[in-house]
Design a protein around this ligand. Structure first.
Ligand SMILES: [Zn+2]
Ligand SMILES: [Zn+2]
Length: 195
């Protein structure tokens, strides 16, 4: 939900109520675009700065934010109190929005839907528990749901350790024939598990 924030009064000239709503819009924007945050997308940083500036002004005016932020959490199903606090701590803390169950939306495991993967993982996209299960699947040569086990002569699919005899795993939604991850081998998994 992106709304036009141009042509607006400067923050210190806006009414309390308007400013509270603007804080909510900025927080929503941080949540919507947090996917890009890891790449330090300037657009995303703008939203975080906006949250900080508006929050600062609201504190100067002694406004109690909590009822409105709580309502915003109900509206979005995201933990907005925590996102606000993370924005205020940025750049020491990376503001990544959490779903109601406390899992950071951007890092939700694409296999079990319950865990999180590491912030800078762009290869596996699954939690450590699922990685361990995939490791066992490779060892026992028994595929598990939504994990494709294969060997291939297509070198472009190989991981850095592969040859045509390497057993590779790849996340795949069989129902939609949709690939979720790069291919990786057991050595890839072992290196990831100790990070
Ligand atoms: Zn998982
Ligand atoms: Zn590998």
């Amino acid at each position: 939900m992106v709304r036009d924030t141009k042509n607006k009064q400067p923050i210190n000239k806006r009414y309390d109520k308007e400013l509270l709503e603007d804080l909510c819009i900025a927080l929503r924007n941080v949540g919507v675009f947090d996917y890009d945050l890891i790449y330090k997308d300037t657009y995303e940083l703008e939203h975080i700065e906006e949250v900080k500036k508006i929050h600062n002004e609201l504190m100067l005016r002694n406004i109690d934010l909590s009822p409105r932020i709580k309502k915003l959490s109900d509206e979005t199903k995201w933990r907005m109190e925590e996102l606000l606090s993370e924005c205020l701590q940025y750049p020491e803390v990376l503001p990544l929005v959490k779903d109601e169950d406390g899992i950071r939306r951007r890092l939700r495991c694409s296999l079990c839907n319950k865990g999180e993967y590491r912030v800078d993982d762009q290869k596996f996209l699954v939690c450590k528990q699922c990685l361990t299960e995939i490791k066992n699947a490779i060892l026992s040569k028994k595929p598990i749901e939504n994990v494709l086990l294969f060997k291939t002569y297509n070198t472009e699919v190989w991981c850095e350790h592969s040859d045509c005899d390497t057993l590779l795993a790849m996340l795949m939604d069989k129902e939609y024939s949709e690939v979720w991850s790069e291919a990786f081998c057991i050595q890839c998994i072992e290196e990831e598990l100790i990070k």
